[in-house]
Design a protein around this ligand. Structure first.
Ligand SMILES: *Cc1c(COP(=O)(O)O)cnc(C)c1O
Length: 234
């Protein structure tokens, strides 16, 4: 078994165990492999091990891998998630190449993605990034403004509003922080009554257990699958 297949197995087992311990349905959390800084061949190894959903932070780097993997596995069933910050000048690349974007926190970015999503592609899946802990990242809409942004984004026909995403700073009690996000997510589910609003993207290598305990439906795992990231050069 290649090393990536092995660590994928470990992460999947960890996920299964937490779901079992918290009496959540098996398979109720999707595993996103965050492949930022790793090359296309490494992504391909994960694909060979059965992984289908991948997250990228750096948009051009992600697009290069998307294009490469399309050559390697034309019918590979890969699903690409943009989990990094999106500036206005990068919205077109995201709209044209990715299946999901997790980091929408301003209406202007959503509007550009909506205008630039090509007609031959299905609507772009969108999660709103929420600054759940008021942490240093500074990205993300304030929790109190999330509903307003969601109500505006749901009107954009080329986007499909899927849920919320968080990246809280590490603290001792991650369960408490993640639970705040879960409560906000459920409040929005009730207020919006959108059947597609089904995704709470939270939890990374270090905090995925707490995130799943708190109700995450999608974990974004990088280093636990691919190993320590090489320093970024681009
Ligand atoms: C890098 C990154 C991850 C994965 O982080 P790990 O700690 O390596 O699992 C998840 N989400 C986002 C937004 C990231 O930037």
């Amino acid at each position: 078994m290649n090393p990536i297949a092995k660590s994928l197995r470990v992460v999947q087992d960890r996920l299964r165990r937490v779901l079992e311990q918290t009496a959540r349905a098996p398979g109720s959390v999707r595993l996103l492999a965050v492949s930022k800084t790793f090359d296309a061949e490494t992504v391909h190894e994960a694909w060979l091990a059965g992984q289908r959903e991948f997250g990228e932070n750096y948009i051009q780097e992600g697009v290069d891998k998307i294009v490469r993997l399309r050559v390697l596995e034309p019918n590979g069933g890969l699903v690409w998630h943009c989990v990094g910050p999106v500036q206005s000048n990068k919205t077109r690349l995201v709209a044209e190449h990715f299946d999901w974007v997790h980091t929408v926190d301003r209406l202007k970015i959503a509007q550009r993605l909506n205008e630039q999503r090509p007609a031959h592609l299905p609507p772009l899946n969108v999660c709103l990034q929420v600054n759940i802990d008021g942490g240093d990242t500074k990205s993300g809409v304030a929790p109190s403004e999330a509903l307003g942004l969601a109500q505006a984004v749901r009107e954009l026909p080329r986007l499909r509003l899927r849920g919320l995403m968080t990246i809280p700073d590490p603290v001792d009690d991650m369960l408490a922080v993640h639970t705040r996000a879960r409560v906000l997510f459920e409040n929005l589910q009730r207020a919006l009554a959108l059947p597609d609003f089904d995704t709470l993207s939270m939890g990374m290598s270090g905090d995925m257990d707490a995130a799943v305990q708190a109700g995450s439906t999608m974990v974004r795992v990088g280093s636990a699958i691919f190993g320590t990231r090489p320093p970024k050069t681009a």
